[in-house]
Ligand binder design. Structure first.
Ligand code: F6P
Length: 360
């Protein structure tokens, strides 16, 4: 296999704290292996137009380890395989154009940093012969094959801090505070932040809830003198027999946008319990800010491993965390699947044993 002298790196999907840490690790590790890096802007869009990319040297990535967001820009809108795109050189089938540009730019490999949608796109390009290695990214922590994605720990830390702050006001006003967190169709953020923040009810998509059982659990607290409660609701949680609450339906190339369940639970609990309730949606605050040290280390390990796989020619792979190791997984074993909270997860049992209700 001829040695690779130049690789392209891109970030796709929603931003997550730690993206810049991966970019930095890739650029530095590649430079130390005499591989040049080209940063592709706004996900695969950087492989459509020649002016949407730039050479990245170690100097360009110095100081970005601690920064949230991504210096390359990103997008989670539109499926590139679904439609042709207009370029300065006419209308092209997007996928043909990307492959064409990959070769025109003299790239020997791609490092694709992204979530499930981006990994699926990368897999298709891989099947078209583009040599690539993926790095899993998402605050949702729902990618199969890796125990952790960078961004998750930072999101959980932020949500935990928010719950801590809500505790003081809930206690002062004897209220029920409802906190809606992100996570799409997985309850990882809600479960981890809920347990870390000492929530009294945690509602996750994996366990459809009955609001009367949630209310019963919270009333039990009143019996021993607790005058307030904290309820953490995953955006994808839904009542038994119901479905997830959407703010925007899915349409061609665009995923549905979840949201609104926190307000619904808030109204329903106010009716059931008769106490003052308030709902807070943490939203995109969970994706912002500096990555935690855990996420910086994980992102750095992922970036270093991705370059190692490129050097070895192990393409069609995704780096993954299998504690204590960073390993390679085959893309076909990962894409199109979602890692949800297993119902036999010990943290669920422990939370229940402490009196937390899941509304089931
Ligand atoms: O996948 C990350 C995530 O933040 C989800 O938790 C959330 O449902 C979604 O992205 C929000 O997407 P957007 O930034 O397009 O609103």
């Amino acid at each position: 296999m001829p040695a690779i002298s130049r690789l392209g790196v891109l970030t796709g999907g929603g931003d997550a704290p730690g993206l810049n840490a991966v970019i930095r690790a890739v650029v530095k590790a590649a430079a130390n292996s005499r591989i040049g890096c080209v940063g592709l802007e706004d996900s695969f869009d950087g492989l459509i137009e020649p002016n949407r990319s730039r050479v990245l040297t170690p100097r360009d990535v110095t100081g970005i380890l601690r920064l949230g967001g991504t210096i390359l820009g990103t997008t989670n809108r539109g499926n590139p395989f679904a439609y042709p795109v207009k370029t300065s050189e006419g209308t092209h089938d997007y996928s043909d154009r990307v492959v064409e540009m990959f070769h025109k730019m003299g790239l020997g490999a791609l490092v694709v940093i992204g979530g499930d949608g981006t990994l699926a796109i990368a897999h298709e390009f891989c099947n078209r012969g583009v040599p690539l290695v993926c790095v899993p990214k998402t605050i949702d922590n729902d990618i199969v094959g890796t125990t952790n994605c960078f961004g998750f720990d930072t999101a959980v830390a932020f949500a935990t801090d928010a719950i801590d702050r809500l505790h003081t006001t809930a206690e002062a006003h004897h209220r029920i505070m409802i906190v809606e967190v992100m996570g799409r169709h997985a309850g990882w953020i809600a479960l981890y932040a809920g347990v870390a923040g000492g929530a009294d009810a945690i509602l996750i998509p994996e366990i459809p809830f009955d609001i009367t059982l949630v209310a019963h659990g919270l009333r039990e607290r009143d019996k021993w003198g607790a005058k307030f409660s904290i309820v953490v609701v995953a955006e994808g949680a839904y009542p038994k027999g119901g479905s997830a609450s959407l703010v925007e339906e899915a349409r061609a190339g665009f995923a549905a946008r979840l949201g609104g369940i926190g307000a619904m639970v808030c109204d329903a609990l106010a009716r059931e319990i008769g106490k003052e309730t308030r709902a807070v949606v943490l939203g995109h605050l969970q994706r912002g800010g500096a990555p935690t040290s855990f996420d910086r280390i994980l992102a750095t390990r992922f970036g270093g491993k991705a370059v190692e796989l490129v050097r070895r020619g192990e393409f069609g792979t995704m780096v993954a965390f299998a504690p204590p190791d960073i390993v390679a997984r085959r893309l076909e074993d990962v894409v199109g699947r979602t890692k949800t909270v297993p119902l036999d997860f010990d943290l669920l049992a422990t939370a229940r044993s402490l009196g937390v209700t899941f509304g089931d």
